[in-house]
Design a protein around this ligand. Structure first.
Ligand SMILES: *Cc1c(COP(=O)(O)O)cnc(C)c1O
Length: 419
C-alpha cells in the first residue's frame, strides 16, 4: 500500500504533483512518501502488538536521515552495519539502547564507536569478532552485549546475491559452533554479556516457510543455551520480508506476524526485527526525464536521464521495477527498453517492456525504488547523485540536495611535481 496515484491523468505523491516537483528540483530525483513510510511502520508494529518487540529498521535499505527520523519518531530503533550508519542513526535521533549492529567485518574503530555510544547489542558473525569485541570492551572498561548471528542453513528461495542463511554464505556462525562460542564466552570472555540470538536469512522473501524453518532452529538453539546457563532475552529475527515489485505475492506483515508469534510462543523473549525493504521499498519512486527515443531494427530504446548509478537493482539483480508515465498517455503502448546514459549495456531499467509511447521531454516514474535505490547509488561516469525529496501531505522538502560538480572532486588532489 502506497500513496502514489493518478489524479486527472497526472501522477501524484500524496497531494503533490510529480511534475511540479520535477520542475522545481530537476531530474533524476527520488521522491518518498512520508505517509507511506509511517503506514508501513504501523502495519509492522501492529502485527506484533501482543508480544514484546522492537523494530530496528535496517539503515542500509535507505539511509537518509529524514527517513531514519520518521521511523525513530514512530518509536523504532535501527539496525546498522557500519560506523557510518551509526553516525547517521545518531544524527537522526536514534536511541542508542535501540541500536543493533550487524555485519561480518566490523573494524576496531567501529566497535569502539559502538561501545562508546552504548548500543543495545552486537550481532556477532565470527569467533574472531567475538574475541575482538571482548578485547576492545576490556580496554574501554565496558561490557558489550551480544547476540551471535546463527546460520540456520535455510534456503530463503530468493535471488542468490541476497540469500544469506545457507552454509555456503559468508554470514553468521553454524549452529553447533555458535553454541560452543556462547559457552566459551560465558566462561572466558569476561567483558561480554550474551543477551540474544540473531538470525537473518536473506532479503525479498515472498514465502513464510523459510522464516518458520529458521525460527524452529533458532528456538532449539535458545533452549539449548538456557540449559547451558546462558541467558537469552532477545530473539532477533533479522529482516527479509519481501514486497510486490511486479506480481509477487508477498505476505502482509500481519501474516508474517502471526507465523512468527506462533513459532515463538512460550519462548519468553523480546522479539527484534530488522526490516528494511518492506518499510521503504514501495514508499519511494525515482523520477527520470526522457532524453531521446530511438528505433533500431530489433528494438526501441527510451533513453532517460537516470542511470544504473542512481538505481543499480536492475543491473545488479535483473530486478523488475514498474514504470509509469507522469502524465498519462492515451496512445497505444509500444515495446521498448528503458536505458540510461552510462557506458555499460547493463545500464537499463526495463527490457522489452510494454510502455506508454514516451517522447523526449516526458517524465517517468520508476516505481518501488525506495529500498536499495539511493543507498546503493554511486558517482559512476562522474554523475552527481540525484536529489531526494520527502512528501508530507501537500508539502515537499528536499531531504538531500542534488550533488554538484564540485562535490564530485571533493578531497581529490593532483600530486605536486618535485625536482
Ligand atoms: C540487509 C539486512 C536487513 C534488511 O533486509 P531487508 O530484506 O531489506 O528487510 C536486516 N538485517 C541484516 C543483518 C541485513 O544485512
Amino acid at each position: 500500500m502506497h500513496f502514489f496515484t493518478y489524479k486527472n491523468n497526472k501522477f501524484y505523491a500524496e497531494a503533490v504533483s510529480i511534475e511540479k516537483i520535477a520542475k522545481e528540483v530537476g531530474t533524476p530525483c527520488y521522491i518518498y512518501s512520508h505517509k507511506t513510510l509511517t503506514r508501513h511502520y504501523a502495519a509492522f508494529d501492529e502485527a506484533f502488538k501482543d508480544v514484546p518487540h522492537l523494530i530496528c529498521y535496517s539503515v542500509k535499505a535507505n539511509s537518509n536521515i529524514a527517513v531514519l527520523n520518521t521511523f525513530i519518531k514512530a518509536g523504532g530503533g535501527v539496525d546498522i552495519v557500519s560506523g557510518g550508519e551509526l553516525f547517521r542513526a545518531l544524527k537522526a535521533g536514534a536511541n542508542p539502547k535501540k541500536i543493533v549492529y550487524s555485519g561480518v567485518g566490523k573494524r576496531e574503530d567501529e566497535i569502539e564507536y559502538a561501545l562508546k555510544t552504548g548500543i543495545l547489542m552486537f550481532n556477532v558473525e565470527s569467533p574472531e569478532e567475538l574475541r575482538a569485541i571482548n578485547k576492545i570492551a576490556g580496554r574501554l572498561k565496558k561490557k558489550a552485549n551480544f547476540a551471535i548471528r546463527v546460520n540456520p542453513n535455510v534456503d530463503p528461495k530468493t535471488h542468490p546475491y541476497i540469500s544469506t542463511g545457507l552454509k555456503k554464505n559468508k554470514f553468521g556462525i553454524e549452529t553447533e559452533q555458535a553454541i560452543q562460542e556462547y559457552v566459551y564466552a560465558k566462561n572466558n570472555l569476561k567483558n561480554l554479556i550474551p543477551i540474544g540470538v540473531d538470525c537473518h536469512i536473506g532479503s525479498q522473501l515472498t514465502q513464510l516457510s523459510p522464516f518458520v524453518d529458521a525460527l524452529r532452529k533458532t528456538k532449539e538453539i535458545i533452549l539449548t543455551l538456557r540449559s547451558e546457563g546462558v541467558e537469552v532475552k532477545y530473539l532477533d529475527m533479522g529482516g527479509g520480508l519481501g514486497i510486490t515489485y511486479e506480481n509477487e505475492d508477498a505476505p502482509h506483515p500481519s501474516k508474517y506476524g502471526k507465523a512468527v508469534i506462533d513459532a515463538t510462543r512460550g519462548l519468553d523473549v523480546t522479539l527484534i526485527f530488522e526490516p528494511g525493504r518492506v518499510m521503504v521499498g514501495n514508499a519511494g519512486i525515482l523520477v527520470a526525464k526522457v532524453l531521446y527515443t530511438k528505433q533500431g531494427t530489433e528494438k526501441n530504446f527510451i533513453i532517460v536521464d537516470a542511470a544504473m548509478n542512481d538505481l543499480a537493482r536492475p543491473s545488479l539483480y535483473g530486478s523488475y521495477h514498474a514504470i509509469k508515465a507522469v502524465t498519462k498517455k492515451s496512445a497505444k503502448e509500444i515495446v521498448a527498453d528503458v536505458v540510461g546514459p552510462i557506458c555499460e549495456s547493463g545500464d537499463f531499467f526495463a527490457k522489452d517492456r510494454e510502455l506508454p509511447p514516451f517522447k523526449s521531454g516526458d517524465l517517468m516514474a520508476i516505481m518501488s525504488a525506495g529500498a536499495y535505490g539511493f543507498s546503493m547509488s554511486s558517482n559512476y561516469n562522474s554523475r552527481p547523485r540525484a536529489a531526494e525529496v520527502m512528501i508530507k501531505g501537500n508539502k515537499f522538502t528536499i531531504i538531500r540536495e542534488r550533488e554538484s560538480y564540485k562535490d564530485l572532486t571533493k578531497g581529490e588532489k593532483i600530486p605536486k611535481d618535485r625536482q
